[in-house]
Design a protein around this ligand. Structure first.
Ligand code: UT7
Length: 322
């Protein structure tokens, strides 16, 4: 028994912010951003919070899968930019779509969040506990961006993407792994709130914003993804040649180029859309997967690989027979 993706969906805010727009507020240029990252524009929310992006994605997933909300067993939202510390964003999704019989919780694994959430949902389904799940990555990272810091503000965007998954006897998830390296957690952080003592006061400081050692994250990304993909393919006994597409975390085209080179997987097999959305953290892989699916580029039985890395530090790779 395995777990199969039956439907994909995504929602991004309407507002497009181009590299030229950002160059009006910080000392940067379209040329620098495009050359160093591959990003040309991103969507930035002008009021919709993370839960709203997730709800719109969930509604689309149910519609596309042709299932009633009451039949849903499980809702997992991966996010690091939830509306509230509590409730979980997934509980808001549950209410808004009317999934009265589902259990709902969130997962925090930054840009690997969708991979972690899919991995967890898959285990519940394989164990026979649930028959189906909605898994969503949703972020409004713009809430955590220091718009005067050119080293980070050019990279990120807002959006949500997800999958409706079901128990399957045939095609589906073949092999996967998730991993963490907490010892270097401090190379990428966001949303720090200090507990300052004295009767529960707390304050926020510059560590509220995304803080990143870009070069170290770059090194971690190329190493961890390459090793993870190698392990998953070797465990599955699947060669790189049999892969139809790789859907990588959409952070930087230079990272993808290195991964492509090291793994010997042609760059054309990597599905890239970071030029339009930037890095949407946990939403990046499902937004790209949904685009690939919407374009009709996936056929039943195609072998595809999802792989990402992110804060934590974390990584996750999944080999799927579509
Ligand atoms: O989901 C995980 C999220 N994070 C990532 O995936 C990030 C991984 N890292 C990266 O993608 C790259 O490290 C960055 C794109 C963040 C930076 O690229 P880089 O080639 O590593 O640049 P750098 O940090 O080494 O900076 C090179 C120069 C510096 O100037 P000097 O010191 O050489 O004069 C920076 O100040 O580029 C400068 N710089 C910029 N210039 C124009 C940094 N950001 C900008 C900018 N515009 N936006």
């Amino acid at each position: 028994m395995t777990t199969r993706i039956i439907a994909t969906g995504a929602y991004v805010p309407e507002q497009v912010i181009t590299n030229d727009d950002i160059a009006k507020v910080v000392d940067t240029s379209d040329e620098w951003i495009a050359k160093r990252t591959g990003i040309k524009e991103r969507r930035i929310s002008s009021g919709e919070n993370t839960s709203m992006l997730a709800v719109k994605t969930a509604r689309q997933l149910l519609e596309r899968a042709g299932v009633e909300a009451e039949t849903l067993d499980l809702i997992i939202v991966a996010s690091i930019t939830a509306d509230y510390a509590t409730p979980a964003t997934s509980c808001i999704v549950q209410k808004e779509i009317g999934a009265t019989n589902a259990v709902a919780f969130d997962v925090s694994a930054a840009c690997s969040g969708f991979m972690f959430a899919l991995s967890i949902a898959d285990k519940y389904i394989r164990a026979g506990m649930y028959n189906n799940a909605v898994v969503i990555g949703a972020e409004t990272l713009s809430k955590y961006i220091d718009w005067s810091d050119r080293s980070t503000c050019v990279l990120f965007g807002d959006g949500a993407g997800g999958a409706y998954i079901e128990k399957s006897e045939t095609d589906g998830i073949i092999k996967e792994e998730i991993g963490t390296k907490g010892e270097i957690y401090d190379i990428l952080t966001a949303g720090y709130t200090a507990s300052t003592g004295a009767f529960n006061n707390y304050n926020t400081d510059h560590l509220w914003y995304v803080n990143m050692n870009g070069r170290e994250v770059f090194k971690f990304a190329t190493k961890s993804v390459v090793k993870s993909v190698e392990r998953v393919l070797s465990d599955a006994g699947v060669s790189v040649d049999s892969l139809k597409y790789v859907v990588p975390h959409q952070a930087n085209t230079r990272i993808v180029e290195i991964i492509s080179h090291k793994l010997g997987i042609p760059y054309e097999k990597f599905y890239i859309n970071m030029d339009k959305y930037g890095n949407t953290s946990s939403a990046s892989i499902p937004i790209a997967l949904n685009e690939l699916n919407e374009k009709g580029l996936l056929k039943r039985g195609d072998k595809i690989l999802l792989t990402g890395f992110g804060g934590g530090m974390t990584w996750g790779t999944m080999l799927i027979s579509w």
